[in-house]
Design a protein around this ligand. Structure first.
Ligand code: PBG
Length: 333
């Protein structure tokens, strides 16, 4: 359908922009607290909140503090929280066994939240990088990130997360075949209701830098992630990956990073019409915060505008470190 525009002055497009009330009526998209998933970093200890220097306003929290944060998020109406562990360097090994330890940080935090803040959905991350001595998302053999052996480990990791009570499992590793393997394993273990939100179109991006600081992976990464994460030059490949993951049993899909890849979000939504999420990643967050701290942009306005852009691009929801700040703002107006 082609939009019809009468000739000037019959049509004056500015009529629809004349006041807040009229703009509200004409607005095509909206941003709500129900669109938000809040990623949080978990560390060991008790009563600890430790700032992440490259992500102003973001903390690594001990499990008790994560529970408090989850309660606050629930009270603000945020539907889901996503856990990322900052693992003790002594527990990072070549075999990544901590990844499926029922008592690892992520699983302890999941159990604590489910017990004390039942109203909020818990999302967990499936990938080996927080536990891997060399910072990669998969096992490394002779310098190669191996696929199938990694998938078997991811299955163990995901099952331990489902046992702990995770509602949504987010495989962020980009190995081939993992969605099908995870879905079958979850069914076999009786976890029919556990959702898979696949990081299906995840690009090898420089915008993950601050996240790697936050989870303690920065100094460790040997080489880069280009043999498993996508080439930023590609777009058709994203559609093939999404189609593949849906056919293997993904319930929802994600594009990552967010803002530089809004064209991918739109293509995915238009092509498949499935629940589509974008991850406004650490580097995107850091850029907005850094510019705001320098007084170069209005941080609040830039935050809201950046998040609205995801809705306009067709996303159902956004993973964003801004979640509590934006929720508070939406509440108070
Ligand atoms: C790793 C993972 C990464 C992020 C989420 N899960 C980083 C990476 O792939 O190196 C990045 C999130 C962010 O930058 O905010 N499995």
């Amino acid at each position: 359908m082609k939009p019809t525009v009468a000739p000037y002055p019959l049509a004056r497009m500015r009529r629809a922009r004349q006041s807040p009330a009229i703009r509200g009526l004409a607005r095509e998209n909206s941003l709500g607290v129900e669109d938000l998933i809040w990623p949080v970093f978990v560390r060991d200890g008790a009563g600890v909140e430790e700032p992440v220097p490259s992500m102003p306003g973001v903390m690594r929290r001990s499990v008790d503090r994560v529970v408090e944060a989850a309660a606050e998020a629930r009270d603000l109406g945020i539907p889901a929280i996503c856990l990322f562990p900052y693992t003790d360097p002594a527990l990072k090994t070549e075999d990544c066994a901590e990844a499926w330890n029922p008592e690892n940080l992520s699983n302890r935090a999941t159990r604590a939240i489910k017990a004390q803040v039942p109203g909020i959905a818990v999302m967990t991350d499936v990938a080996l990088d927080p536990y891997n001595i060399n910072g990669h998302d998969g096992f490394v053999e002779n310098g190669e990130i191996v696929n199938d052996r990694t998938v078997a480990a991811l299955v163990k990791q995901a099952l331990s997360q489902a046992e702990a009570g995770a509602d949504i499992i987010g495989p962020s590793d980009m190995m081939d075949g993992r969605i099908g393997a995870l879905r079958r394993a979850l069914e076999d273990a009786g976890h029919q209701n556990v959702m898979l939100l696949s990081y299906a179109a995840k690009y090898a991006s420089a915008f993950y830098g601050p996240f790697r600081d936050a989870v303690g992976a920065s100094g460790r990464l040997v080489g880069d992630k280009k043999t498993y994460q996508m080439d930023p030059a590609n777009s058709d490949e994203a559609l093939r990956l999404i189609e593949r993951d849906l056919s293997e049993g993904a319930d929802m899909v994600m594009v990552k990073p967010g803002m530089p890849y809004l064209d991918i979000c739109r293509r995915v939504k238009d092509t498949f019409g499935v629940p589509t999420f974008a991850y406004q990643v650490s580097g995107e967050y850091a850029m907005i915060q850094a510019a705001a701290q320098n007084g170069w942009i209005d941080g609040e306005k830039a935050m809201l505008e950046s998040l609205m852009a995801f809705k306009r691009a067709g996303c159902n929801g956004i993973l964003t470190y801004f979640a509590p700040a934006v929720a508070r703002l939406l509440k108070t107006g």
